[in-house]
Design a protein around this ligand. Sequence first.
Ligand code: NAP
Length: 307
Amino acid sequence: MIYHRVALIGLGLIASSMAHAMRQYRLAGTIVGHAQSAETRAIARELFCDEVFATPAEAVKGADLVVLCTPVGAMAEIARAIAPHLAPGATVTDVGSVKGAVVEAVAPHMPEGVHFIPGHPIAGTEHSGPRSGFATLFQNRWWLLTPLEGADPAATARLRALCEGMGANVDEMDVAHHDLVLAVTSHTPHLIAYTMVGVAEHMRRVSNSEVIKYSAGGFRDLTRIAASDPVMWRDVFLTNKDAVLDILGRFTEELFVLQRAIRMGDGEHLHAYFTRTRAIRRGIIEAGQDTSAPDFGRIAPPGEGKG
Ligand code: NAP
């Protein structure tokens, strides 16, 4: 057992997956939680929490680990509410997809003697809510920790052990670097998926049913990404603004270059470009971050072809 009492604040996909994993691998003694709605709290109590509380302040009492698992935009208010109730020596971490904004929102509220160690599991699905979690979500996925200057090495090592116990590989990095890397690997791709699905929706010449009926793998994968939780993703773009705008600027420049190559019939350019990008895909598979199956291991619904 790594922590005696873990308090999960926010009880959706990530929190429920953590609870299932901590239970399965016996990493935590007691798991308690808080979410804003009574409905979510009731489901969590039934499925994975030993106790749930109506306020975050009550939930964190006596916990040696507190994990903020709400959308990033809610974390400042929660940090303010829990601060006076945190146990001395407790560790507070979070799972937010953006780190700079979380540090700004949470760190100023943390009392002396409490270890605040921000984190981000690079694992998820397009599903959300307390019923969507599963114990193996973090298996062989990265969990990035972004300890702040002067962070206690023992507290960081203990949190690392928890993440590794849930099956994750842990890396430590600087907050700003995290936000730039994630803008490239996750945030901007999500924005592109949202945009492409939006474009298809606005195409009046292709009726909705045709878009769905003939959707090839590429578009289907984009719709899966574009089904991700609207609150979470709104907060990601509002809080990682600078890095996302930087990457979007670069993306737009590349898009213009490709657009020009298509207009000029420059097949050589297109071929060389796609050859380079294909090598990146191979690198991801070799690093064990995806499978080489054409559908990435997902099973197509009956009757649905692969494009
Ligand atoms: P989720 O399934 O939508 O769950 C969010 C939970 O937060 C819900 O239980 C919700 O309660 C609760 N909540 C929202 N506002 C709250 C507030 N003000 N006070 C208390 N509880 C509140 O979200 P998730 O996918 O687990 O994501 C949670 C965090 O993990 C986000 O910060 C996200 O950036 C990060 N993350 C997500 C993924 C992913 O792929 N999903 C991956 C890595 C990191 P109710 O149900 O009662 O509304």
